[in-house]
Design a protein around this ligand. Structure first.
Ligand code: NDP
Length: 291
């Protein structure tokens, strides 16, 4: 039976550290502040932003959600985003995605100042990742950062490991490929056109599923050694509405060594990374203001 890599024990320690960091910053006169922009009432987005606000307040930071109407014009939206970007009170800023269709062509990640880009999507931060950074010199995308933290907390070293990542999105698969490469893993990035996907997975030490298909990966993707590590990024609902990942947990649990649960795995790590990025962003701005 696989050991479950749960986020809860890691979360407790990291939240304690983040709370301490917030207290230290407050003593220097700066309360980390996260500004969120939410357009419309997309139900999952409303829940995500509410959870993020609660998390920030729990660690001692402040967070505002600027709710904008679904039919806001592009001009007004861009003006509001620009205003939040230049407001010195905002240490972190992000726009909750997805945006309504008339705004979805806007690359919001590029319109947030890089030092406030707690989502890690600005070209400056992504270029740092491309250049070999592990997060010391830039704000990392939250989910990839959370996956690395989870592995590190469970003493899984990446150096020399073979990793198969399934899913090449800009928010998960691509940045995670770079980040794991920067940690000296050998990464194969897979997608819907990958041939022999099962064989690629069977040859990997670590498999990351970021596909968006309920229980896609079962034990037929695994080798017989029962020593593989499975990271489930997926957040899906099955036919009966039950929350589940991209990995069929019941099918794989007797065929691998370590497995992240859904819920209680990578999703929770993502929000921890957001908290870490807010503290890092606040410190960067503090240093910049002293130069
Ligand atoms: P996208 O829809 O942007 O990308 C899905 C990827 O999966 C694509 O690259 C696609 O390939 C690939 N794919 C689809 N079908 C197959 C297949 N049959 N075989 C191999 N590859 C396939 O997804 P996201 O990265 O945005 O999200 C993935 C999942 O992770 C979702 O469930 C999402 O909810 C979840 N998620 C969870 C987060 C967390 O915090 N835990 C954060 C972000 C996302 P192609 O490019 O060829 O189309």
């Amino acid at each position: 039976m696989a050991t479950l890599l749960k986020a809860a024990p890691i979360s407790q320690r990291i939240v304690k550290d983040l709370t301490y960091e917030c207290t230290q910053l407050k003593e220097k006169g700066l309360t980390p502040h996260l500004q969120v922009i939410l357009v419309g009432e997309h139900p999952p987005s409303v829940i995500y932003t509410r959870n993020k606000k609660k998390f920030m307040e729990n660690m001692g930071a402040t967070c505002d959600i600027h709710k904008l109407p679904e039919d806001i014009s592009e001009k007004d939206f861009l003006e509001i985003l620009k205003g939040h970007g230049s407001n010195p009170k905002n240490n972190g800023l992000f726009v909750q995605l997805p945006l309504p269709s008339h705004l979805s062509h806007i690359d919001v990640g590029q319109l947030v100042p890089p030092e406030k880009d707690v989502d890690g999507f600005h070209a400056h931060n992504l270029y740092s990742l491309l250049s070999g950074d592990k997060g010391d010199n830039s704000l990392l995308p939250c989910t990839p950062k959370g996956v690395i933290t989870m592995l590190q907390e469970h003493n899984v070293t990446l150096e020399g490991k073979k990793v198969a990542i399934i899913g090449r999105s800009l928010i998960v698969g691509k940045p995670l490929t770079l980040l794991m490469t920067n940690h000296n893993a050998t990464v194969t990035l897979c997608h819907s056109r990958t041939e022999n996907l099962k064989e690629v997975c069977q040859n990997a030490d670590i498999i990351v599923a970021a596909i968006g298909k309920a229980r896609f990966l079962d034990n037929s993707f695994l080798n017989k050694d029962k020593n593989q590590i499975l990271i489930d990024v997926g957040i899906n609902h099955d036919e009966s509405g039950k929350l589940c990942g991209d990995i069929d947990q019941a099918s794989v649990e007797d065929h691998c060594a370590l497995l992240t649960p859904v819920p209680g795995g990578v999703g929770k790590m993502t929000i921890l990374s957001l908290g870490e990025n807010l503290i890092q962003a606040t410190k960067i701005q503090m240093e910049n203001s002293h130069v």
